[in-house]
Design a protein around this ligand. Structure first.
Ligand code: AMP
Length: 417
């Protein structure tokens, strides 16, 4: 959906220039753009040294996704799920398992540990939830703790559990930072089959003896690489130590490097290892290009020219700091665009409202910091724009992975100074 008015469109110089396919060409270039503000200065945020990422890596033609070639060999109807769960799957419209689901469900029904190299968008949530739900429906006592790095991901996992267990007598609850802890303490009086949350809040509740982690046999660590990036390793260690009756651990990560290996080996016991959707994990299915800002040009105006193009319908715009996100959102709004922001200083309500508006196509641009955007599952983001080069290539791949989801190709642009 596109909410820009035609007057906004026509105000943007260079709005009609086609954008994809060519390298190193700035989309929406214009000779007659007003030169207000300096390049990358007050209007553009700080520029960052380029050396962290090789710019060559940021320019790529999209390779069609491997997902197109994944042909499921069985349907959910063929899988050993009870009729009650089959009914729910039918209602949800899930007919065939995704690649990760078809490769893991059986092992997880057997209670194996698992190491899944997979990103959000692959169906990994249902991959771990479905076997657990089935086992709980069969009477196993499997209180499950799901630890995730961000509040948004926690809410998504909670929602997915609720929708997969509607009417089945299984309950979940969600505990995340930035919300009223007294309500959490109250909620914890009722037992949930599945508890999902972010590390800090979960530990806080455990320290108050409200959340008894010793009672949870199943641990799921989702977006593990992100948790480590965000400095949650000590919290995760504390949580695992408190889970004295842990018998099954599932760990999902988009990437695994050598430094994480030792920690992971200590957590998992003879895990099934599954790696899926390498295409999505590397961003190869995303059309990637850089945007160079000429010495005489204004960076923000270059951005506006891009956003005025017809196909920039649902744009996730990354800026480095909360302050820059705030400032850019205000500037975009002032320029007549529908934009909202999402970052760590915003209340949970404000973040959720912005995200919902973005999902529903009510705004054109969602401005975000890296951390706030992790795990966001919006299926039809048309473009990811990095207003500055991200600090690491890993972070770059995560960001651009917010577009080109669910088998679609996407486009990503990165400003280089
Ligand atoms: P996830 O990777 O868990 O974030 O899932 C990505 C999206 O795929 C979510 O919106 C799920 O509801 C959806 N999904 C998961 N499994 C299936 C399936 N087997 N068929 C259709 N959609 C699915």
């Amino acid at each position: 959906m596109n909410n820009r008015s035609s007057s906004q469109r026509s105000r943007r110089p260079g709005a009609s220039t086609a954008d994809s396919g060519q390298k190193n060409r700035r989309p929406g270039a214009s000779k007659n753009r007003p030169q207000s503000g300096g390049r990358g200065g007050a209007r553009g945020g700080k520029s960052r040294p380029v050396k962290a990422i090789d710019i060559k890596l940021l320019t790529k033609d999209a390779v069609p996704l491997q997902a197109e070639t994944y042909v499921p060999t069985q349907s959910f109807a063929d899988m050993p799920f009870s009729e009650r769960l089959q009914e729910t799957l039918r209602k949800k419209g899930y007919t065939h398992p995704t690649a990760i689901q078809s490769q893991t469900i059986e092992a997880l029904l057997d209670g194996r540990d698992m190491m899944g190299i997979a990103q959000t968008g692959t169906g990994k949530t249902a991959a771990f939830l479905l076997p657990l739900i089935e086992r709980m429906l069969n009477g196993e006592k499997l209180q499950t703790l799901v630890v995730v790095p961000t509040r948004e991901l926690a809410l998504q996992v909670n929602e997915e559990f609720k929708s997969l267990t509607k009417g089945l007598g299984l309950f979940s609850s969600c505990y995340i930072g930035g919300t009223n802890i007294n309500r959490d303490l109250q909620n914890l009086r009722r037992q949930s089959h599945l508890v999902v949350g972010t590390p800090g809040r979960l530990l806080d509740l455990a320290n108050r003896n409200a959340l008894r982690l010793a009672n949870f046999p199943v641990l799921i660590l989702d977006e593990f690489d992100r948790m480590l990036d965000m400095g949650f390793a000590p919290d995760v260690n504390r949580i695992t130590r408190l889970m004295e009756s842990r018998t099954q651990t599932l760990l999902f990560s988009a990437t695994v490097d050598k430094t994480q290996k030792k920690l992971i080996d200590g957590l998992l016991n003879n895990p099934v290892e599954v790696r899926v959707s390498e295409g999505e994990a590397t961003g190869d299915h995303i059309q990637q290009d850089i945007v160079r800002v000429g010495a005489s040009e204004n960076k923000f105006d270059v951005l506006l020219a891009m956003l005025a193009k017809a196909d920039f319908d649902k744009v996730l715009l990354f800026a480095e700091t909360k302050r820059t996100v705030d400032r850019m959102t205000k500037m975009l709004k002032k320029s007549g665009l529908q934009a909202e922001q999402i970052h760590g200083n915003k209340s949970q309500n404000a973040r959720q409202t912005a995200l919902t508006k973005f999902k529903d196509g009510k705004i054109q641009v969602l401005v975000a910091t890296d951390v706030a955007a992790r795990g966001i599952d919006v299926s039809d983001v048309t473009h990811v724009i990095n207003y500055q080069i991200p600090q690491t290539y890993d972070s770059y791949v995560h960001r651009i992975g917010r577009t080109g989801r669910a088998g679609k190709t996407g486009k990503a642009f990165t400003f280089v100074d």
